[in-house]
Design a protein around this ligand. Structure first.
Ligand SMILES: NC(=O)c1ccc[n+]([C@@H]2O[C@H](COP(=O)([O-])OP(=O)(O)OC[C@H]3O[C@@H](n4cnc5c(N)ncnc54)[C@H](OP(=O)(O)O)[C@@H]3O)[C@@H](O)[C@H]2O)c1
Length: 326
């Protein structure tokens, strides 16, 4: 299965306003129809509502958190054509099992903003229509430049509008999906932190305390957000890495820095680009949020981690961390 995100975006990355498209571009609609007809299309609840009715010749997988199920449930109005699922990642996993991991059959993720943001690190390719002027809007395509490589672009015009059709391929390590953590990941993340503390600082953490600490984050998005890297190559789809993102307000800069904590990759999966990819995903999420940059601290003796962060382009900075523990 090949996951392709298809979107039209303005030069300021606007994709929508008031749950509609801000422009009329018939060449783009024709291209969308030509690429997606005969295939499965995946979308968020709001995008499905903006369509108003299912599009002919395509199977629709719509996601809404109001569905408590991880399975695909037929919509009673269009039981053959429209299916609902309570979780985007579960819906994609289900399709991967059904279609098969190795073949090239595409499924198209068609938006909107919330769904593109989550699906971007899972995508194999992008089909983007770049509209070369800016538009007013309230929905934006996420930042993606470091995660993809452009493979083709054709420039066109329709009336006053200049635009291009561009194709991109993902730079992610093969079979590695980075996604938001869910409560099912608590054990993996807690164990990862226990192993990391032992490995990097020789510290033995209290498992119950760490588990409660991880659960506190998973229950309260204001405390932070974990990303989990999952190895999709085996049937069991096991998590192999994680990191924690936390926001810090800077009054000097009148903006937010994103802090990276708790970055861990299982020893069996190191030196495969997973750490670099998780940082890349975090970096693009930071850009999407409009953050000023990313920061982290690392133990002074942890040379491997320091090298990994330098390779990623992060500098040592000029601050020392001072602590007063209670
Ligand atoms: N230019 C383009 O190519 C393009 C394409 C598509 C859409 N758009 C535009 O994008 C805008 C809509 O984007 P949007 O971000 O507001 O909405 P959206 O992404 O279409 O839908 C968001 C909804 O999807 C559900 N959802 C999100 N993440 C989920 C998850 N992980 N698991 C289960 N359900 C999940 C939630 O539904 P519940 O609230 O029901 O839980 C959420 O409210 C519109 O303006 C539309 O016109 C533009």
């Amino acid at each position: 299965m090949k996951i392709i995100l298809i979107a039209a975006l303005a030069s300021n990355r606007v994709i929508g306003i008031n749950n509609t498209l801000p422009w009329k571009l018939s060449a783009d609609l024709k291209r969308f129809k030509a690429l997606t007809t005969g295939h499965t299309i995946v979308m968020g609840r709001k995008t499905f509502e903006s369509l108003g009715r299912p599009l002919p010749g395509r199977r629709h997988i719509c996601v809404s958190r109001s569905y408590a199920s991880d399975h695909l449930l037929p919509d009673p109005r269009w039981p053959e054509q429209v299916f609902w699922c309570g979780d985007l990642f579960s819906a994609l996993k289900h399709l991967k099992r059904e279609i098969g991991a190795t073949n090239e059959i595409p499924i198209f993720v068609i938006g909107g903003a919330e769904i593109y943001t989550q699906a971007l690190p899972l995508a194999d390719a992008l089909e983007l229509t770049h509209i070369q002027s800016s538009f007013e809007g309230d929905a934006f395509f996420p930042s993606y430049a470091k995660m993809f490589e452009k493979t083709d672009e054709k420039f066109l015009e329709e009336g006053e509008q200049k635009f291009s059709f561009a194709q991109y391929k993902s730079l992610r390590p093969e079979n590695i999906f980075v996604r938001r953590a869910s409560k099912n990941d608590v054990q993996f993340i807690a164990n990862a932190q226990i192993k990391m503390a032992l490995e990097s600082e020789g510290l033995k953490l209290n498992p119950q305390k760490v588990e409660a600490g991880v659960m506190a984050v998973l229950n309260d998005v204001l405390k932070g957000e974990y990303l989990v890297a999952e190895d999709m190559s085996s049937q069991s789809h096991c998590p192999v890495g994680c990191l924690l993102l936390q926001k810090e307000w800077s009054d000097w800069r009148n903006g937010t820095f994103l802090w990276i904590h708790s970055l861990y990759v299982e020893p069996s999966h190191r030196r495969k680009g997973i750490c670099h990819w998780m940082l890349t995903v975090a970096q693009e999420q930071a850009r999407t949020l409009g953050a000023l940059g990313m920061r982290l601290y690392v133990d002074k003796g942890n040379r491997d981690a320091q090298e990994a962060y330098r390779n990623f382009g992060m500098g040592g900075g000029h601050y020392d961390v001072f602590e007063l523990e209670f």
